[in-house]
Design a protein around this ligand. Structure first.
Ligand code: FES
Length: 150
């Protein structure tokens, strides 16, 4: 404590917490809260990913033909190929928009930036340069089970 002309002046040692301590505590609190949020966020993202990466449909509900057919609201499309059921993961290889198959043009079309792919998923027109990914399809106990090829 310093006395100056009869007035008490508080020095920095007399304050309860210094500014530096308060900022440090704030940073640590944010770090703990941030780390605490990581687990639920990662679980949410993984659950979404898993949900998107697999599909199942009763084979009697989906008689296959030579054209690609979409399974419900998923990004999986199936068709009857020469060697059995084939699957396509309808995600554009440019930036990931959902492509759809146009049987009249016999092409996959991306609505975002106009990429086109042939029936086999090979790029015809950019900006996408890589082919569409095939899906793995298994028939089991009356169901088609499709999953993303890793
Ligand atoms: S995301 Fe398909 S062309 Fe860009």
């Amino acid at each position: 404590m310093v006395l100056l002309k009869g007035v008490d002046l508080l020095t920095t040692e007399q304050t309860l917490y210094s500014r530096r301590q308060v900022l440090s505590l704030g940073r640590k609190t944010l770090l703990v809260l941030g780390l605490g949020c990581l687990y639920p966020v990662s679980r949410y993202l993984r659950a979404k990913e898993n949900q998107l990466a697999k599909a199942r449909v009763a084979s009697h509900e989906m008689p296959l033909n030579l054209h690609w057919q979409r399974i419900g609201q998923t990004r999986f499309w199936l068709r009857q190929g020469d060697e059995g059921v084939e699957g396509m993961w309808a995600t554009c290889t440019h930036l990931g928009c959902e492509v759809s198959y146009d049987p009249e043009q016999v092409q996959w079309l991306c609505p975002c930036h106009g990429s086109r792919f042939n029936q086999e998923g090979q790029p015809l027109e950019g900006p996408a340069v890589s082919p569409l990914a095939r899906a793995e399809v298994r028939e089991k106990e009356g169901f088609y089970l499709a999953s993303q090829k890793m």
